[in-house]
Design a protein around this ligand. Structure first.
Ligand code: GLV
Ligand code: MN
Ligand code: MN
Length: 411
């Protein structure tokens, strides 16, 4: 058979994704599979079973990143790697992350059953804690592996209940032996859902991201004065939640004020003591700012600092702003991006060039290896929600593009 005629098994990819979607399934049809939870462990165990079934050499590193390796004819050459993440958002979708891992698995199965001889080794990877929802920051596993984050700092990151990444890795049995330390990679490909509305709008099957926007995360802590709501007059209150409310609206207004293609969001808030008849004494909320334009984001950060301090002074509620994470905007490898486009065209899939507004492990990977991504449309542009959906035929198309990207790089 001409290798150009090779295709993945779309039905098998569908049933694999459906099986995975049972782990952490929610009543609304999504998945709740937070990083290093029992559900994450169950999904990891299943992934490893599937990797072993196709005789891949499996390794787990000290960050819990899972690798499956197929040897190459020239086995000492740097491998071609592909994967994504198994963890999900709270009440998240059935495709974010897992499509990239199951897509790479389907490619490996196709290569194995057709006894394709690859020159370079080929590796599949599941990166730990991509979402950054239970433990911030996002992309912790790939961040440590690529040398961009400190391992011990990552181990000490806590969830809302004070559980640490290091402890939870141990608890679920995924603090592996191998060092989380990068090796040379020839090419890294990540298949992912678009998570936005563009592909659907332009009616194309394959998205070709030119890169990923820069992302900054902040934790904001506001100190007010808790008191009984009834006897305390309105004048002279130090209401931490009202202070937060003003700040949150300032975050929303920031992109319009700055211009450029910026988005800014407050997605998480904790109000203490959170009682209807106590003036809020302490508030913690998060800020997420994204843009392709890093200097613009620098200026936005300055605006925010100044604006928040003004509100804090006016309301006499001191505010502490901690920048906990920053990744610069990331252009992908031009050669690989072009290759994705050519392969999509050869396979007869209409494609469209765009920029990823979502963060991916490909951000860190592209800082250490030639990297590209393949997007498939998200129905209604919805993601990080239970109704997140992608047509099976589009998953299959993305899988076929991934197959040929990997074959061409590894041949
Ligand atoms: C990851 O899912 C992100 O874009 O925040
Ligand atoms: Mn993702
Ligand atoms: Mn996500």
């Amino acid at each position: 058979m001409d290798i150009r005629d090779l295709r993945i098994n779309g039905e098998r990819l569908k049933s694999t994704l459906e099986r995975m979607a049972e782990i952490g399934r929610t009543s609304g049809g999504g998945v709740h599979r937070l990083a290093l939870s029992d559900e994450d462990k169950q999904a990891r165990d299943l992934l490893i079973k599937w990797l072993q079934e196709i005789e891949l050499e499996v390794a787990v590193d000290e960050m819990g990143n899972i690798f499956g390796r197929r040897a190459g004819k020239k086995d000492n050459l740097p491998p071609v790697m592909s994967g994504s993440h198994i963890d999900s958002q709270p009440k998240g979708g059935r495709f974010d992350g897992i499509l990239g891992v199951m897509g790479a698995l389907e490619v490996m199965r196709t290569i194995q059953e057709n006894q394709i001889e690859n020159t370079r080794p080929i590796m599949i990877v599941d990166w730990t804690n991509e979402e950054g929802s239970r433990f911030s920051p996002a992309m912790a596993g790939s961040g440590v592996w690529t040398g961009k984050l400190e391992r011990d700092w990552a181990y000490a990151r806590k969830d809302f209940h004070g559980k640490k990444i290091g402890e939870e890795l141990e608890r679920i049995g995924y603090k592996g032996q191998a060092l989380a330390k990068r090796w040379p990679v020839y090419a890294y490909f990540e298949l992912h859902i678009e998570q936005g509305p563009i592909l659907e709008r332009v009616g194309k099957k394959i998205g070709i991201p030119q890169g990923i926007v820069g992302i900054r995360w902040y934790d904001v802590f506001i100190e007010g004065k808790a008191n009984q709501v009834g006897p305390t007059p309105m004048e002279g209150r130090n209401d931490a939640l009202c202070s937060a409310a003003e700040m949150i609206l300032q975050v929303e207004a920031l992109p319009a004020q700055m211009g450029g293609n910026m988005v800014a969001t407050v997605g998480e808030i904790h109000n203490d003591p959170n009682s209807r008849n106590i003036i809020p004494g302490q508030v913690h909320f998060t800020v997420d700012i994204r843009s392709w334009d890093d200097p613009l984001t620098d200026r936005a950060e300055g605006e925010l600092q100044t604006g928040f301090q003004k509100i804090a002074t006016k309301r006499n509620c001191p505010a502490r702003i901690e920048k906990i994470w920053k990744v610069e905007h990331t252009p992908f490898d031009e050669f690989l991006v072009t290759q994705v486009g050519k392969i999509a065209a050869q396979l007869g899939y209409p494609s469209y060039s765009l920029v990823s507004g979502a963060g991916h492990d490909a951000t860190y990977m592209s800082q250490v290896a030639p990297t590209a991504m393949i997007f498939v449309p998200s129905i209604g542009g919805r993601s990080h929600v239970e109704v997140e959906n992608t047509r099976w035929e589009d998953c299959e198309a993305g899988g076929n593009v991934l197959l040929h990207c990997i074959l061409q790089s590894a041949r």
